[in-house]
Design a protein around this ligand. Structure first.
Ligand code: MLT
Length: 412
C-alpha cells in the first residue's frame, strides 16, 4: 500500500480556475446556444506581437539548420535574453541587476510555486488575503501549514487587504503576529485586486524585511500594466531590496505568452538564508542547483521570441496590446461605476475588483446564468475576497462591449 502525500488532502477544493471551468462547462452543457464571454481567468486573447512571431520563425529556421541548431540551452537561460532583461527591465530604471542574477524559466507561476523548496520546512510565511492561490497551495502541498479552517490554513499569517488599507497591507500589522514571518509574498500590481503599491509602501516592507532578516517574494507579473508615474515596476527600486527580495517576472501578460510560456526570476548575489548552525547560505547557487536538477529551461525558440519583446518594434507592439487591454478595463470600470458599483484596479492592472456587497460565488453564478459572462469570485482568493468578484480585461473589444450591455441587464 503506497501512502499518499497527506498534505494534498488539506487543500480544500480543486485549484480555483479548475473549479470555475467545471461550473462554466456545466452551464454550457445545459445551455448549448449560450455565447459565453470569459472575463474570468487572466488569459490573454490578442495574438503575439509581429516582432515576436518573426523572431520565433527565424529561431525555427535556426533549429532546422545544422550550423545554428540548439540542443539543451545554458542552465540560466540564453545570455541574449538575460542581458536584454537586465538592460531594459532594470538598468533602464536605474536598478542594478546583472544578467547572471536572472534565471529564465517557463513562467512566473512555476517559479513562484517552486521557490519555497529553498527554505526550511518550518519557515513562517505571510501572504495577502485575498491572494493568488499558488503561493498558498504550494506551501500547503509542501506541508508547511495545518488544516484549513474557514478558508484559512493554520500556521500561515494572512495580511488582510481591504478597502481600509487600499488593498495594500503595511508591515505594522505584524507587530502582534504570533510568529515573525520569514517569507512574505507580495504581488503588485496585485492579483486579484488590481491595486498598486507606492514606493513608500514597498520601501516599508523592504525596511521591515532587512530589520527582521526576512525575505520578500515579490511577484511583478503585471508590472507592464503600470501607467501611473512613480509606481514601482520592481521591488529593486526600493533601497536595500537586493539584500532581502526575490522577484518574479513573466512574459505572459506583458507579451501574450500565456501559451508560449516564458518568465524569469531574479535572485540577487549576496541574498542569503541561514543554515541550522546560523551560517549564511547564498540562495542564488541553491536556485541554480534546483533548476538544473529539475528543469531544462524554456526552449530556444521561446527565448528568441521573448528577446524580441525588447526590440524597438516589439516593445511598441506589446505596449499597444497592453494599452488595448487597459482601455477594456477602463470601459468596464466606468460602466460598473455608473451602475453604482465600487471598483478598484484597472488603471495599472488588467484586473477589476468589484464590491458586490454580497456572496461572491452567488454573484459569480448570477453573472454566469443571467449574463453568460464568466468572472472570478473573490472568495476563491481568500476569506477577505468574500463580497467581491474579479473581472479580467483580457478579451476582444467586441466581447467587452457586449459584456457591458449584458451587465446593464443582469446587474444594473
Ligand atoms: C489569474 O487569472 O489569476 C492568472 O491568469 C493566473 C496565472 O497567471 O497563473
Amino acid at each position: 500500500m503506497v501512502k499518499a502525500n497527506e498534505n494534498y488532502r488539506k487543500i480544500q477544493a480543486s485549484y480555483l480556475f479548475t473549479e470555475i471551468a467545471h461550473r462554466v462547462s456545466a452551464h454550457q452543457a445545459a445551455n448549448p446556444d449560450a455565447k459565453i464571454i470569459r472575463l474570468g481567468i487572466g488569459d490573454v486573447t490578442e495574438p503575439l506581437a509581429p516582432a515576436v512571431v518573426e523572431a520565433m520563425h527565424r529561431a525555427v529556421d535556426d533549429e532546422a539548420s545544422r550550423d545554428k541548431f540548439h540542443g539543451y540551452g545554458p542552465e540560466q537561460g540564453y545570455a541574449f535574453l538575460r542581458e536584454k532583461a537586465a538592460e531594459f527591465d532594470f538598468a533602464s530604471r536605474g536598478i542594478s541587476i546583472a544578467a547572471d542574477e536572472i534565471f529564465i524559466s517557463d513562467g512566473a507561476k512555476c517559479d513562484c510555486g517552486n521557490i519555497q523548496e529553498l527554505f526550511a520546512q518550518d519557515v513562517a510565511i505571510a501572504v495577502g488575503d485575498p491572494v493568488y492561490p499558488v503561493y498558498v497551495d504550494t506551501n500547503v502541498m509542501a506541508g508547511r501549514t495545518g488544516a484549513n479552517d474557514g478558508g484559512r490554513y493554520a500556521g500561515l499569517e494572512y495580511l488582510t487587504c481591504d478597502a481600509s488599507n487600499g488593498f495594500v497591507p503595511s508591515p505594522d500589522v505584524l507587530k502582534d503576529a504570533a510568529r515573525k514571518p520569514d517569507l512574505v509574498y507580495l504581488c503588485y500590481p496585485n492579483n486579484p485586486t488590481g491595486a498598486v503599491a507606492t514606493k513608500e509602501q514597498l520601501q516599508a516592507w523592504v525596511d521591515w524585511a532587512r530589520r527582521e532578516k526576512s525575505i520578500i517574494l515579490f511577484d511583478a507579473a503585471y508590472e507592464a500594466f503600470i501607467r501611473t508615474p512613480g509606481i514601482p515596476h520592481s521591488i529593486y527600486e526600493c533601497q536595500g531590496a537586493r539584500e532581502c527580495a526575490i522577484e518574479f517576472r513573466s512574459y505572459s501578460k506583458t507579451a501574450g505568452f500565456t501559451g508560449v510560456r516564458c518568465g524569469y526570476t531574479v535572485v540577487p548575489k549576496g541574498l542569503v538564508a541561514y543554515a541550522a548552525d546560523g551560517s549564511a547560505v547564498e540562495l542564488r547557487p541553491m536556485w541554480t542547483r534546483r533548476q538544473t536538477t529539475k528543469f531544462n529551461g524554456a526552449s530556444y525558440i521561446t527565448q528568441r521570441g521573448a528577446e524580441a519583446v525588447y526590440s524597438p518594434e516589439g516593445a511598441a507592439q506589446t505596449k499597444a496590446t497592453i494599452d488595448f487591454y487597459l482601455e477594456n478595463a477602463k470601459l468596464v470600470k466606468e460602466a460598473l461605476k455608473s451602475l453604482g458599483y465600487v471598483v478598484t484596479g484597472g488603471d495599472d492592472s488588467p484586473y477589476l475588483w468589484v464590491d458586490v456587497k454580497g456572496d461572491s460565488w452567488e454573484f459569480f453564478d448570477r453573472l454566469l446564468k443571467g449574463a453568460n459572462v464568466v468572472t472570478t469570485p473573490g472568495a476563491g482568493f481568500g476569506r477577505a475576497g468574500e463580497g467581491y468578484i474579479r473581472i479580467s480585461a483580457f478579451n476582444s473589444r467586441a466581447n467587452v462591449l457586449e459584456a457591458i450591455e449584458r451587465f446593464k441587464k443582469a446587474i444594473g
